[in-house]
Design a protein around this ligand. Sequence first.
Ligand code: ATP
Length: 904
Amino acid sequence: MRRETLPAEKGLSAQEARKQLQRFGPNRLVQAKKVKPLVIFASQFKDALVGILLAATVLSVVMGEISEAVTIMIIVFLNALLGFIQEFRTEKTLEALKKMAAPSAKVLRGGVEESIPSDEVVPDDILILEAGDRVAADAMLLESVELYADESILTGESVSVKKDVRSSAFMGTVVTRGHGRAKVTATGMQTEMGKIAGMIEEIDEEMTPLQKRLSQLGKFIGIGCLIICAVVALTGIVRGENPFDMLLTGISLSVAAVPEGLPAIVTISLALAVSRMLKRNALIRKLAAVETLGCAGVICSDKTGTITENKMTVTAVITPNGVYEVTGTGYEKSGVFRSIKGASPRQDECLTELLQTAALCNNAHLYTQGRSAFQRLIIESDDFSASGEPTEIALLIAASKGGFSEQTLARQFTREGEVPFSSERKAMSVLARLQDGRNKVLIKGAADVVIKKCAYIQKRGAVMPMGDDDLCWVNTQTENMAKNALRVLGFAYKYKPEGGLSEKDEHSFIFVGLTGMIDPPRKEVYDAIRVCRRAGIRPVMITGDHALTAEAIAREIKLLTPGDGVLTGAQLDRMDDEALEKAAAKTAVYARVTPQHKLRIVRALKKAGNIVAMTGDGVNDAPAIKEADIGASMGMNGTDVTKEAASLILLDDNFATLVAAVEEGRIIYQNIRKFIRYLISCNIGEVLTMFIGMLMGLPVILLPIQILLVNLVTDGLPAIALGLEPPENDEMTRKPRPKNESIFSNGLLTTIIFRGCIIGLATLATFVTVTKYGGSVEAARSASLLTLIFSQLIHVFECKSEKKNLFQINIFSNIRLVLSVLLSGVIAAAAVYLPPLAGLFKTVSLTPFQLLAVLGYTFAGPVIAWIVSLFKPKHTTIDPPEQEGVVPPAPKLLPPASGYDTII
Ligand code: ATP
């Protein structure tokens, strides 16, 4: 294959791009929806019950009850305002999230590669296309290296189409192989995609499973409440109360008691979790993922860049003539080749061939003078900057330590063709033309892959057929280095009489040697693995790297513990799905796998009942990411296709970030349970008070505006503040919860009903006590109103923890909750003691005895709840702490110089 290019272009300047954007508009097919505050506010009144209440209020105006009507209106308005604040904040968070998750495109602007939002791409921009990219606009190819595109989105044809220079690439299609550059010819609605834009629907925001379940539950409880409210109203009418008053009572009670906001509350909590996760570098793309994250039982992670730092350094080189240590750490250019065994570096012709191949069969670049003009920089250090893959950068640096610079080599060799690297092939080759006209093919790749393509070996100045001994030696050297956690690459070359290069030409190479590079584990990973174990989550490594390298790293970070197995892609191929399912239960490391293997692994783990989180970056990882319960794409190294398939993006590509996201998922689930516990038990308390009061033949316990006041001060601010509860810090000490577990599991429903009954009974008892000891009905109502409100305000603190009771928790850990409870308490007291408000709410001041009754019954609630909790069986979900010290010691990451075998 020939490398085809049209003259290099520098792309538009920032100013030109701005002009083009003004002229052609954003590169968008559909207008993104904007959050409209007025619409959200209006929607607060859409609820049927609120509608009925407003109608009833109008009726009371007609009947002359003006002050009551106005009060009801104000309360309804305040309630709507609270609902609006919550919903507006949620929508804003989600909108910001969508913007962050919006697709981006790589373009050349003023000679520098930039990543910009796709909708800012303009005609004449130069797009940089790599495997896994979604093409941002219609464009004509200027350069194509084996570039193939999947155009099924336009044509329905799933076979990828080869894109040569001057052919068109279309918006929305995906680059499946190779790389290239293209000049944008059309954007937005002018593209081929734009012409069929009518067919593209906006992605529907589906409800998450929990939202669905809670909306059903809300309906169910709602119907129950409505029936009870109707019974309350009817009983009153039968008993001779004013029918209109009873109607208003029934409706007010329904407004207060029906938990119409349940799914909305979940959305708010999830949105909060989304912002918290973002602060920890996890960008959520699908809201449902927040829920599922809390259930994750297995986390499958890539190794390179996710568990390790992806900062490669060549530390060892072995050729058939000598063994060398390469000094200098990280991205330092100062370092030398030090001979450990055999020939000195200068006399080793294999080392020369190897370093030439390392530099020429390479798409990375080092720049010695400041910033480069044409590429995105990966490294910027004092003495140089570099762009490209870390593996290839490491090789360039090693070559330069050996005296071979790209620039000098470029003068001696012209690159004529390339068969690009892919995770499936695990190798890359180039065709280079020498000044004397000869064609040389250079290959580098995973050592075991390259060696299979070699028929000869070069040693001591001669090329000879590769014998069994040679093969055995190469394998031993590879294994030795891999055991020391080094990534091992093999190098080979051959001459070719005629031009052109394709995968078919990758055979009969002359083997010249191996390089070993270290890539240390990320520091945070050690802790993250420990957290996983404590949380009952099994971490699994899936990598394209050598089994022994993977195993060494896995041991070092304690991902591999005694009893865990290592499986290679080749072994996996020999297993049927059933055997894999069995093996997967015990496998902690999968090595030398391809993206296709990943899909099988996810399926096997899922089939065994695990909830699987899986990371991915490459173009072919998308199916596995989609299949996983939680697909996580890399933010920095991930391709567009993987990002689109993922429900979560790890902005820093870090394994520890995924573990942090799981923790946040668990925290938010706990908070949702707290919320629900509070709201439902309070509603039960309210309904019971009115219902039993009616059944007992008592006067109406609370008047409609009083019920609405209860609803305003208890369901409003304290409930919102409860959603902002800080974590209890024990979330990662429990086993993951099953995905279909009821939100009321572990005895929550009983707790809710029991506590709701106590609130109701305390309120009733207040009413009965006050009337029994000579109090008026108004005084009894006022006292009951306070007991009901105060009981709920105390109960909100009980809801802070499921394991600790009111006397064990730190009441002040959520200061917003404390403040909102104080405010609500003051409003309630003002409604009774402040004359104008007392007039509105039809309350009277209480005698000290009546007040004592209020306080006594209010505090009796938590005390009874506490006493009962002492007799409740404990739900032990905490696992024994992880046993330290059972893992065999990990080998040192840097190989001892004498660790290598003798050379042949
Ligand atoms: P992970 O899947 O954990 O991210 P990985 O980076 O090792 O690991 P791949 O990118 O699929 O996975 O690489 C597989 C193997 O291919 C590597 O172990 C290495 O031997 C070889 N390899 C990696 N990059 C290159 C490259 N640019 N050219 C040639 N061979 C490469």
